[in-house]
Design a protein around this ligand. Sequence first.
Ligand SMILES: C[S@@+](CC[C@H](N)C(=O)[O-])C[C@H]1O[C@@H](n2cnc3c(N)ncnc32)[C@H](O)[C@@H]1O
Length: 229
Amino acid sequence: MRQFHDIRRRSRYIWPVGTVDYMSIKEKPARVLSLPLANAKIRAAEHLDFLAAWLRRPRQTASVMPSSRYLARLMVDGIDPQGGRILELGGGTGVFTREILATGLATDRLEVVEINPDFVRSLVRQFPGVDIIQHRAESISANVSGELGSYQRVVSGLPLLAMNRSTQRAILQEAFSLLAPDGVFVQFTYSARSPINQSLLDSLGLVATRAGQTVRNFPPATVFHFHRI
Ligand SMILES: C[S@@+](CC[C@H](N)C(=O)[O-])C[C@H]1O[C@@H](n2cnc3c(N)ncnc32)[C@H](O)[C@@H]1O
């Protein structure tokens, strides 16, 4: 069953704290000089939204604050903007989405899956042209626009460690049905070890490699790449 979030079709981008003002500093000093402050306000609002989501759904949100841009850069490292489609799982407030688009990937080649309707509304507002899909990641393959086997990467912000083995299995099976033969599933974790244990990886014919680490995130995080043997 397709459950695309219908408001994405009529979305227009509305910058949360007002429009960027290009008038000269002489004419409008206060607005122009307050741009960094506006960005800080946006980030603060994202942190509050995240905290509120965590208070309501701690297991599903799995973190008290969004990922840092340093972690986001590690997550998108290696994306080919001219390559196949990208599927992001667990978009949250859009930290990874922003960085994926910063690689130069066209908006119509990115789809973002998110289960929390509040985050979905915010993603729709922020990223016009990107398909934001309100759905569970564990049964997503029938709800995306791209063909099976046509995705270069799945970028996952899902709390895999908090999920049971059968949910982890379902998510990986769905993701690898969409990925090209050399496609990569990118996942971060707050542990130094892979969030998927070896026996599940073996049963799915996958290998895990550590792709990077950063302490400039709360908590410090490690990025893993999963690919077919
Ligand atoms: C740890 S947060 C990461 C959010 C964002 N990517 C970041 O790094 O800041 C996990 C996100 O996954 C979403 N999520 C959890 N379970 C999900 C599921 N089964 N399907 C889709 N999204 C899910 C949560 O609502 C939340 O936005």
